[in-house]
Design a protein around this ligand. Structure first.
Ligand code: C2O
Ligand code: CU
Length: 589
């Protein structure tokens, strides 16, 4: 069998290239554990209080959906089945993952059609409290499709100590699919449906609070207790003690509560506009307490008038890229509103999505952006501005230029009020085209969304490739066995590849699948040769757009698998197969 050394292979032409990357995985390397979960989105009903059900679209039948939890360093593989009557995608809010996994239909890749499966392979996850939801179909943000992703730090010592923890998911429910309830929810239930969070005196309670609402920014507080803020949007901050915390749509706050005031207490949320009305409340109850539950309408003093967290108090706990006084580019994002032909519009720099001029950046740059609310003072509006694929570093905080806090969502207050603008810096370290938008569903749906777009050859390999700008293509698709035995030393099998006939198709050969692309003529047998430092592969002649590539793995116990990376879309795979719908590496072992 002929083998080809990489230096003999011509670089493939730049545009519309797709690549199949194959690499042997030697034992000892890439031992990252893969945590595989099944997630299904489907219509259903959910109880928001005893005897009160609503129609919803749900992840795994519940609202919020299942909390996904992995440890830093693990790969989270989500085998996602779309059983909705509509196409969808999952956005992993706040996690700076690769564009192809970011779950924005028509930007990161095509939507997952009704009935189809897609495998999200999420690696390099950042520790902290995150969440996930659909994107691009604004209605889907309002029907129950939301849940929490928790990534525990690999070193538990990098989190503050606590005894008990509870996730608090705040949501507004406008009943879009019919049902008897509308109002606000805490962990998917109204105030009438709450089970107390029980604590022991002396314990330290960690709350991970997430706002998944469609249109409501909240303030939350725990009666009888102060809260120590420890994490902002997943990122650890220097402790700040407050009595109440504003939480914009999409934001997360982790707080610690010292349980030193026995009783039965309201954990209450109001809207940000009116702290004098409780919209929904949970309960924190100390062991042995039998007192009555606080009334659903009770407004704790902390909520109404307690000291409120302000971004200016935040400083990163861990070292971060400092604020630079010489950013490569400086932008303004002016948030506005106006009347369009069919009603109210919301704009960024006078434009409405999708008719926008993206912010142009290049890899490696440090960009500074001022986000300014220039909306009408007569119609005060909050804008929880969220960036995909990156973190904002907030300027003008207690962290100064050395330790600015990192966040992915910044709540911009109404024009004319303190906090109506924010200046942030972003390190452009994740090539692609990324959304920047207001997370208020109505503002987003009426235009308040734009993009940040990388230009040029971001990875410096001399080729404009998917690493620089991942194209949005329905093909190719790779189907590969999901049986470990298919990749045991000495095993043989076949990989099925489907692509657009006539399109350039590249096969990577080499130890680093992102380093070099080559184009190979002809169809052949895939041969992986462990005796060489380089890896060899060979592919494709068929003009039908489908090929089956037999492979033979060397009978070498040091080889524990085959790593394949691919970009494409999800289709329903044959039994015992997976569809590689990602250009991220999948390790079959
Ligand atoms: Cu929570 Cu564009 O996303
Ligand atoms: Cu907004």
């Amino acid at each position: 069998m002929a083998t080809l050394a990489p230096q003999h292979l011509a670089l493939m032409p730049a545009s519309h290239a797709c690549a199949l990357a194959l690499a042997l995985v030697a034992s000892g390397s890439l031992r990252a554990q893969v945590v595989e979960v099944n997630l299904t989105a489907a219509p259903g009903t959910t109880q928001v209080a005893p005897g009160v059900s609503v129609n919803a679209w749900l992840y795994n039948g519940s609202m919020p959906g299942p909390t996904l939890r992995v440890t830093e360093g693990q790969t989270l593989r989500v085998r996602f089945q779309n059983n909705l009557p509509d196409s969808t995608a999952i956005h992993w809010h706040g996690q700076p993952i690769q564009l192809g996994m970011d779950g924005v239909p028509d930007i990161s890749r095509p939507a997952i059609a009704a009935g189809q499966e897609f495998i999200y392979d999420l690696n390099n996850l950042i520790p902290g409290t995150y969440w996930f939801h659909p994107h691009g179909h604004e209605m889907q943000l309002d029907v129950g499709l939301a849940s929490v992703l928790i990534v525990d730090p690999a070193n538990p010592g990098s989190d503050p100590a606590f005894d008990v923890e509870q996730t608090i998911v705040l949501d507004d429910w406008a009943n879009p699919l019919g049902g008897a309830f509308s109002g606000h929810l805490l962990n998917g239930r109204s105030s009438a449906g709450q089970n107390p969070i029980s604590v022991q005196p002396g314990q330290r309670l960690r709350l991970r609070v997430v706002n998944v609402a469609a249109t409501t920014n909240y303030v939350f507080a725990l009666d009888g207790h102060a809260m120590t803020v420890t994490h902002a949007d997943g990122n650890r901050v220097q402790p700040v003690v407050v009595q109440a915390i504003p939480i914009g749509i999409g934001e997360r706050w982790d707080v610690l509560v010292d349980c030193n005031n026995p009783g039965t207490w309201s954990l209450a949320a109001s809207t940000i506009e009116n702290r004098n009305a409780t919209m929904v409340r949970g309960i924190v109850q100390y062991a042995g307490q039998t007192g009555p539950m606080p009334a659903a309408t009770f407004v704790p003093t902390n909520l109404a008038s307690g000291s409120l967290l302000n971004y200016s108090q935040l400083a990163s706990y861990f070292p971060v890229q400092p604020i630079t006084s010489t950013p490569n580019r400086t932008f303004t994002a002016s948030l506005g509103m106006g009347m369009g032909p069919s009603g109210m519009i919301h704009t960024i720099n006078g434009q409405t999505w999708p008719n926008v001029t993206p912010f142009q950046v290049a890899a490696g740059e440090h960009v500074q952006m001022s986000i300014v609310n220039n909306g009408m003072m007569m119609m005060p509006e909050y804008h929880p501005m969220h960036v995909h694929g990156h973190f904002f570093r907030l300027m003008g905080t207690a962290g100064g230029t050395a330790n600015p806090p990192k966040k992915d969502t910044v709540l911009i207050r109404p024009n004319g009020q303190p906090g109506s603008s924010a200046t942030v810096q972003i390190s452009m370290d994740n090539p692609g085209r990324w959304l920047l938008h207001c997370h208020n569903m109505e503002h987003m749906a009426t235009g308040m969304m734009t993009a940040i777009e990388y230009n040029g050859d971001a990875d410096g390999d001399g080729v404009l490739t998917r690493s620089d700008y991942e194209p949005m293509l329905p093909l190719p698709v790779v189907t590969i066995s999901d049986q470990p035995s298919a990749f045991a030393p000495g095993a043989s099998g076949a990989v099925r590849v489907q692509w657009t006939p006539g399109q350039a198709f590249g096969l990577f050969i080499g130890p680093n699948e992102l380093a070099l692309w080559v184009s190979l003529p002809g169809l052949g047998t895939l041969v992986l040769d462990p005796t060489s430092a380089a890896l060899y592969g060979l592919v494709l002649t068929s003009t039908s757009g489908v090929a089956t590539l037999p492979y033979i793995l060397p009978n070498n116990p040091a080889i524990i698998g085959l790593r394949v990376g691919m970009q494409g879309v999800g289709v329903v795979p044959p039994a015992n197969s997976v569809v590689l719908s990602t250009f991220q590496a999948l390790t079959a072992r």
